[in-house]
Design a protein around this ligand. Structure first.
Ligand SMILES: [Zn+2]
Ligand SMILES: [Zn+2]
Length: 125
């Protein structure tokens, strides 16, 4: 019985991430998944997220100074937008292909991350 409940809770977290259009923090996941399943706690969300990361189904989105967020791992190369007002992170499609030219001569760029900051459409006046 307890096992069935745990599975249901993890499925709820998975379903939220499946339908998410942007990276979500544990708090956001807890809020959204709680609408699907009763009695969900933050520890359960952390465990579910840990298991899904270990599975390789989701990835951690690290934005400096922000809580970790999570998104499906199959999205392909993209970047993020951090809203300074509502604190939500969004996906930004595409990339700048001349980024590696910014590195000094003979330096070899292996990866990069780009975060845009500002106001999202809902928060912009
Ligand atoms: Zn906003
Ligand atoms: Zn890029």
């Amino acid at each position: 019985m307890i096992r069935a409940r745990k599975t249901k809770q993890r499925d709820a977290v998975r379903a939220v991430l499946e339908g998410a259009q942007r990276p979500l923090s544990v708090d956001e996941l807890l809020k959204a998944a709680s609408r699907r399943v009763k009695g969900l706690g933050v520890a359960t969300v952390y465990r579910a997220v840990g298991a899904l990361v270990a599975e390789g189904w989701i990835e951690t989105v690290e934005i400096p100074g922000e809580p970790a967020r999570y998104e499906r791992a199959d999205k392909g190369h993209h970047h993020h937008f951090q809203c300074e007002k509502c604190d939500r992170a969004f996906d930004v499609a595409g990339c700048l292909d001349n980024l590696r030219k910014l590195a000094p001569p003979r330096f070899r760029v292996k990866q990069h991350s780009v975060t845009l900051y500002g106001l999202c459409a809902a928060c912009a006046p």
